[in-house]
Design a protein around this ligand. Sequence first.
Ligand code: ZN
Length: 138
Amino acid sequence: MKSYRKELTFNTRSRRAFINITPQIEDCLYDSGIREGLLLCNPMHITASVFINDDEAGLHRDFEVFLEKLAPELPYEQYDHNGYEDNADAHLKRTIMGREVVVAVTNGRLDLGTWEQIFYGEFDGMRPKRVLIKIIGE
Ligand code: ZN
């Protein structure tokens, strides 16, 4: 069995962002040489998500509104966690959007549905954050 590991780093200019990372993950899969197996991708931080959904700008604005309704950034003092930090909302948003994705690798390709794309969801950005890609198979 082959095994491949890589870290990507993202440093967003805004506190929150959604980035389509499917092309970078496809590059990793190509570099791995793995044709059949499983790919895991997760942020190595507790205020960011990796998730699969549609690459459609309206939907991404809908996610932002939806998440702000459930876990608004402001006022900071509404959260117990915000004693020394201001990112309680980011922890909650990450939990809603999920930690990781697992994608089947078939015939050397990501075995995604027609509209499935892989996103990095940043909820407390403007600093370097790491994303892990692990691929196992043959
Ligand atoms: Zn925190």
